[in-house]
Design a protein. Structure first.
Lengths: 200, 141
């Protein structure tokens, strides 16, 4: 048979390196699937807040799985334990795997210590979506917010994550900002003596 | 300068789902544009039946003294047509571009209901850009 002998045989399936997987899928196929996801959920709810919550829940499941996969594939079964570490992991590693690029920016909130923002000029899931006027501030980025919450929560950084449109000066289209508000315990742990010792 | 007067999109049952005019000539109010849309839909269907050639797909170009009408029908029966100054070039290509924008920004939008009037911000923005780009290309000739 052609190709036999080229593939290294592993006695144990666990010794086999985890494949990198196919790097890209069709954007159109994804857009149609995502559109159906939103349409289906729309038939199941009676208000916009509920729709947002359902999209976020759908994203949460993705986030939890993505963390598991990437920790195993890229980080040799280690996960980030520090706040800034996990944030840059989301901003670069997770974003790259999901959207093929690093997120446009990662900033710390100016008003509150526990808030961080990941901004994207044109979020992939919103590429083809126009929100009707009567839906107000609804953002389908809620799905991505759910992914971020899934990653953070599973890594031990519980947080409330929301997606917002932020108008940009001189730009026709608003950008999407994913607002991350960490739970109190996360910040307390971050400031604890143990973490300070580890840092040294 | 060659000019585009107006652009229409009609659904498979002949209802007008999108209308936009450019410039002053050939402007129409809502009632008239709806009438033109359904009239064109019927004429297109009749032309298919009357055509002496087998497997005719309907009128593609109507040439009049004061305007040209270019029409493109997609596989699903949605028709796109543009009314422009007589002799304007590259309208087939423009209609293909409009069709592409329709499949992207209208059909992939979860808030769009099939066969209903198109109200999508992104479609409007990209359409304006495409038409402007086309005008620049025509001017450069």
């Amino acid at each position: 048979m052609i190709g036999v002998g080229k593939i290294k045989q592993y006695a144990n399936v666990l010794d086999k390196p985890l494949s990198k997987g196919k790097q890209e899928v069709s954007l159109s196929a994804f857009a149609f699937l995502f559109s159906e996801l939103v349409q289906y959920n729309q038939t199941q709810v009676d208000n916009i807040a509920e729709l947002e919550r359902r999209l976020e829940d759908a994203g949460y499941a993705v986030g939890a799985r993505v963390l598991e996969l990437l920790c195993h594939r890229d980080k040799g079964n280690r996960r980030e334990t520090r706040l800034l570490g996990i944030l840059s992991f989301v901003h670069s590693t997770v974003w790259k795997v999901l959207f093929g690029k690093v997120a446009d920016s990662l900033e710390k909130g100016t008003e509150h210590e526990d808030e961080y923002m990941i901004s994207e000029k044109e979020l992939l899931v919103n590429k083809f979506i126009s929100i009707p006027k009567d839906m107000g501030t609804f953002n389908c980025g809620a799905f991505v917010a759910g992914i971020v919450r899934g990653v953070l929560d599973s890594a031990g950084f519980p947080a409330v994550v929301t997606a917002h449109f932020v108008p940009m000066e001189g730009q026709q289209r608003p950008r999407t900002t994913i607002l991350i508000k960490f739970a109190e315990e996360v910040l307390r742990r971050e400031a604890s003596t143990y973490n300070r010792i580890v840092k040294r | 300068m060659a000019a585009i007067y107006s652009l229409y999109i009609i659904n498979k049952s002949g209802g007008l789902i999108f209308y936009k005019d450019y410039g002053s000539k050939g402007r129409m109010d809502t009632n008239d544009s709806l009438r033109v849309a359904s009239l064109w839909h019927s004429m297109h269907a009749i032309s298919q039946q009357l055509s002496p050639t087998l497997g005719c797909s309907g009128i593609e170009l109507l040439e009049a003294d004061t305007f040209d009408l270019h029409c493109f029908q997609s596989l699903t029966g949605t028709k796109f047509f543009v009314v422009c100054e007589p002799g304007t070039q590259h309208m087939e290509a423009l209609l293909k571009v409009v069709y592409e924008l329709y499949t992207d920004y209208v059909l992939k939008n979860p808030f769009y209901e099939m066969e209903m009037p198109i109200r999508c911000e992104l479609f409007d923005i990209n359409l304006t850009q495409a038409i402007q780009k086309d005008r620049v290309a025509l001017l450069g000739r």
